[in-house]
Design a protein around this ligand. Sequence first.
Ligand SMILES: NC(=O)c1ccc[n+]([C@@H]2O[C@H](COP(=O)([O-])OP(=O)(O)OC[C@H]3O[C@@H](n4cnc5c(N)ncnc54)[C@H](O)[C@@H]3O)[C@@H](O)[C@H]2O)c1
Length: 401
Amino acid sequence: MKVAIIGQGYVGLTIAASAAEYFDVVGFDSNPKIVDQLNLGLSHIEGVESALLKNRIKSGRYKATTEGSNLQDADLVVIAVPTPLTTDRKPDLTFIDAACKTIALNVFKPVLVINESTSFPGTVRNYIKPAIEKYSPKLIRHEYAISPERVDPGRTDFNQKNTPRLFAGLTPEASKKTREFYSKFCDNLVEVSSPEVAEAAKLFENTFRQVNIALVNEFAQISHALGISVYETLDAANTKPYGFMKFAPSAGVGGHCIPVDPTYLAAIAEEYGAPATFIRRANEVNLEMSEYIVRRVIADNGGNLRGKSVLVVGVAYKPNVADVRETAAELVIEHLRSQGAVVSWHDDVVGKWKGEDSAPLRGADIALVVTKHDSVSEKEILASAPYVFDTTGKVKTATGL
Ligand SMILES: NC(=O)c1ccc[n+]([C@@H]2O[C@H](COP(=O)([O-])OP(=O)(O)OC[C@H]3O[C@@H](n4cnc5c(N)ncnc54)[C@H](O)[C@@H]3O)[C@@H](O)[C@H]2O)c1
């Protein structure tokens, strides 16, 4: 069986690397730089080792391409392209639309199309299928399914193989084929009754996290106002063996999923006239954290930051990955600069970001920790400035949330 995977980023390359153990895989990506690198066996994704990729290439089981015509012999096509928000924070399906066009213009026999991109309920049925049919020169009866991706970049305890995978086809035949495909490299497949349930479950999982993170971020502000430690209070609450789940306060949420997916759910809810006030507010609370943190730093530093050198430590959206998408560090830096601070950042995992290089971890007036990678020690952070504000709870003796 030949498998084509559209989009060779975090999700697409991870699937490609697993699937290529059993199938011939073509990784299609519109970015020629990524494709060239991949064909040299160089992975740009945490969790996919270059050695594994080289192995797959050597065995003839994997190649990357920018050429749509290479999708021609595929029996199964996976869509794994970005689903971001537009500038006015609405679901942006332009990448999915482009992927549909690629399929329509290059796949001329019936195949199984599986969507792994995160989107709102109804995307496979009401958007992907009609789009492919609209762009196809003639009607081809493809099968359609959804299997939302749950990969957590950088995580080692749960991976592609042992994370339960939801799926559903538009038809029983599509469901059957989807199960056959994933069962080769996933241990636990969970079929649900419709694509809409699978799509909604994925959005709700991340909305659950966003809302709970917003709640704990609000609670951090309440704890500070009350003069008690948020961390000690959370540890105390966490001694309850049931009905409580601990979330950690932070500078906000980042990455491609948690700041984005809940907005997809809110948008479809509002389109159907259902309330999404809680989801909308959670997003606002998380976005407002950066401003709150900067206010705390100002209050501790004589009421203004003008001319002070502030080193933001860790700009990746979470520890031990180089991913800066939607990172809370961006808003923190923006607020610091708007207060006249001279801001640089240190993050050797990220290295280069927005045309700036990671600065040395020393010599600042103020250090503000947004993300703490394992490679940076508490001692180094504490020595980098006379005042350190930590949003991670990991620099124990610093001022914190
Ligand atoms: N990153 C995660 O942890 C994660 C987890 C679960 C679900 N998802 C979802 O999976 C989807 C993909 O996310 P990702 O993190 O892999 O994105 P990514 O940005 O890492 O990769 C997407 C790739 O698609 C390519 N691309 C864009 N448009 C294309 C097109 N028309 N044709 C071919 N290639 C195209 C880009 O060049 C890029 O390499 C999104 O819907 C995301 O929400 C991501």
